[in-house]
Ligand binder design. Structure first.
Ligand code: ATP
Ligand code: MG
Length: 340
């Protein structure tokens, strides 16, 4: 029993691909003791896909940490009088109705205090990041996992999972990251892009942009007059058609880059600090030349991030080659497991 509780599976139920990473705490280290991922082609087959994935993965534990995302989750920045964390959630609950498009009675709320330089203000205020997720969605999600014989231990959001994965990386590779930096984590999935900006390892900003790899696939399909499944194959493995593929996705990629850049502008105006580096993850970060394209738009150092760098892997139950090749796609799953 005690042994089992040390393991947890971060289960990232993406709209196009389900990713699961099991982390086990051994002495002072986190070790990857299991990994699996599976593409999902229709929403209706999601539950079956999770069952298939869990059966194939042979994890040690049934405990899973997952996240909800998309249109059922909203992020808002609000200003509150300064107060301690105990009072914060209660106060936010009273205020939330003004800021969110859902009935407060129907949501699960989370609140994170953001650092503030308000020493010179007579009345101290603080900025708070408010996250609201529809309760019915969170409950359905947990119910689905319970029906599969799993034990959901937490339901988070993708953006904060990215932050947790970053923090884990920092703790296992101490000294590699300079302290005090402001970094943006940008996870480009199939239908959306999650952004989390960290200052000195604390989440200061989170947002989702509803553009992702599916839009790139659709752009290829439209431009070349081919069906989406062919376009998807071409996108992932363009071979000699690399130029044709890049030309077809150019505008959509630029739209996405500009939209993400607007978030950086917002952050920089609100928080009086500059995003110094951008780290890309998500399946779409496997696209060739993405770093270069985005670096031009952001005018900041932009790199693909490997969220499992420095983590030990127990190879007997893990396809290490696939794990290493696809690791940027696993940032949310790693972060979900790391947070528990
Ligand atoms: N080698 C590759 N090159 C380019 N794109 C890829 C590659 N492999 C996967 N993708 C794209 O990555 C996307 C899937 O990434 P990911 O698993 O991060 O998304 P998701 O979590 O399912 O989606 P979302 O977060 O939007 O719900 C798909 O759009 C897929 O086409
Ligand atoms: Mg995703």
């Amino acid at each position: 029993m005690l042994k089992q509780r040390k393991s947890i599976v971060g289960l990232d139920i993406g709209s196009s691909c389900i990713k699961a990473v099991e982390l086990t705490r051994e002495k002072y280290d986190h070790v990857i003791t299991g990994y699996a991922q599976i593409d999902v082609h229709h929403e209706s087959s999601r539950q079956d896909a999770i069952a298939e994935l869990m059966a194939a993965a042979k994890f040690r534990t049934k405990r899973v940490a997952t996240a909800v995302s998309g249109k059922n989750v909203v992020f808002r920045f609000i200003t509150m009088p300064e107060m301690n964390d105990d009072k914060l959630l209660q106060a936010v609950r009273l205020e939330a109705g003004k800021y969110i498009p859902f009935d407060v009675e129907d949501v699960e709320l989370g609140a994170q205090r953001l650092e503030m330089d308000s020493d010179d203000l007579a009345i101290k205020e603080m900025k708070v990041l408010l996250v609201a997720a529809k309760r019915a969605v969170v409950q359905d999600h947990s119910r689905m996992l319970t029906e599969l014989g799993l034990q959901p231990v937490s339901v988070g959001v993708d953006g904060f999972a990215l932050g947790n994965a970053w923090e884990l990386g920092d703790s296992i590779n101490p000294g590699v990251q300079e302290t005090g930096r402001t970094v943006a984590l940008v996870d480009i999935g199939a239908t959306k892009t999650s952004i989390n900006i960290l200052r000195d390892n604390i989440s200061c900003f989170a947002r989702e942009v509803p553009i992702g790899g599916q839009d790139l696939t659709n752009a290829i399909a439209r431009r070349l007059g081919i069906d989406p499944s062919k376009a998807e194959d071409l996108k992932r493995d363009p071979g000699d058609d690399l130029g044709v593929m890049q030309e077809a996705i150019g505008q959509t990629l630029e739209d996405l880059g500009n939209e993400v850049n607007l978030s950086f502008d917002f952050f920089e105006n609100q928080f009086d600090g500059e995003v110094q580096e951008v780290w890309l993850t998500g399946g779409t970060s496997l696209l060739p030349m993405l770093e270069e394209s985005f670096e031009k738009i952001f005018e900041k150092r932009t790199k693909t991030w490997n969220p499992i760098e420095g983590l030990m892997v127990k190879a007997d139950n893990v396809d290490v080659e696939a794990l290493n090749q696809l690791s940027p796609q696993l940032a949310v799953a790693v972060g979900l497991a790391a947070a528990n």
